[in-house]
Design a protein around this ligand. Structure first.
Ligand code: NAP
Length: 259
């Protein structure tokens, strides 16, 4: 399927690894030039040149912490005209509801709610003027079904979801869509670190920890960054102009809910 995205420009935040990388790869395969962001310059440059070599599009690395105002300014300056924005950042640390201070909440809100909102506020006006734009926010399955130890994530990402629900319906008449992708467990560095924690705590191997987790997912495996990226690219495509303000679970059926 031709996604109709040849020659567009996308900012992909937090995209040197994992789900962000999957989104950048799939958009690049559709002919989209990429502004690729992450903090570690060496990893970012390596990923950018691999994607450029495989797809032939231009991939511009911008090493910056996207959760800072200066980092966002660098990324926006490198991009110029932005047709597509993929919002992403690292997730907040786990813990217990009684542990977190005001500062912990502010850090989580900054990274996973206020950063994507600031980037949307920066790019939406020009997208609306041109009559076309796409925003995809990477959030989490925890928006639909809270994960007990991820209270900071539950809180911040649900706040973002509320903002998107209202805003998506205000900008849609200008040809701009905003949607959220909700990952369940995917085979990224984050999954490895989660499995590492379980293995250590339970005195089992990493393989055993992974098998136990896979058994809880109806498809009996983790998702891949390629599957995740393909859905992101479709949401950004010319075919997805009627999909507005949606929260799309990519979780292998792992979230046990009816709707
Ligand atoms: P990952 O494999 O650890 O990759 C994270 C990427 O984000 C890396 O490229 C990292 O590069 C970059 N990054 C992190 N913090 C950043 C910052 N402040 N500024 C710029 N770049 C930053 O993680 P992932 O699994 O793809 O997860 C992506 C998001 O989805 C996270 O918010 C995670 O909580 C959420 N999520 C993931 C899963 C899953 O199963 N994987 C499930 C639910 C939700 P640098 O470290 O070099 O900056």
């Amino acid at each position: 399927m031709d996604l109709g995205l040849q020659g567009k420009t996308a900012i992909v935040c937090a995209g040197s690894k994992g789900l962000g990388r999957g989104c950048a790869e799939a958009l690049a395969q559709a002919g989209v030039n990429i502004i690729l962001n992450a903090r570690n310059e060496e990893t970012l440059r390596a990923t950018a040149s691999e994607i450029a070599k495989l797809t032939g599009v231009s991939v511009t690395p911008v090493a910056a912490d996207i959760t800072t105002e200066a980092g966002r300014a660098d990324v926006l300056a490198a991009a110029g005209q932005v047709d597509i924005l993929v919002n992403n950042a690292g997730g907040p640390p786990p813990g217990l509801w009684s542990d977190w201070s005001r500062e912990d909440f502010l850090a989580a809100l900054d990274a996973n709610m206020l950063t994507p909102i600031a980037l949307m506020q920066a790019v939406l006006p020009a997208m609306m003027d041109r009559g076309w734009g796409r925003v995809v926010n990477i959030t989490s399955q925890s928006v639909r079904a809270p994960i007990a130890q991820l209270g900071l994530s539950n809180a911040a990402r649900t706040g973002l979801t509320g903002f998107v629900a209202g805003t998506a319906r205000q900008v849609a008449q200008n040809g701009v869509t905003i949607n959220n992708l909700l990952p369940g467990i995917h085979a990224t560095d984050r999954a490895v670190s989660l499995d590492g924690g379980v293995a250590q705590k339970a005195g089992i191997t990493m393989d055993e920890a992974r098998e136990q987790r896979e058994a809880t997912i109806p498809v009996r495996r983790y998702g891949t960054r390629q599957e995740f990226g393909a859905m992101c690219a479709f949401l950004c495509s010319q075919h997805a102009g009627f999909i507005v303000g949606q929260n799309i679970l990519l979780d292998g059926g792992g979230t046990n809910i009816t709707m």
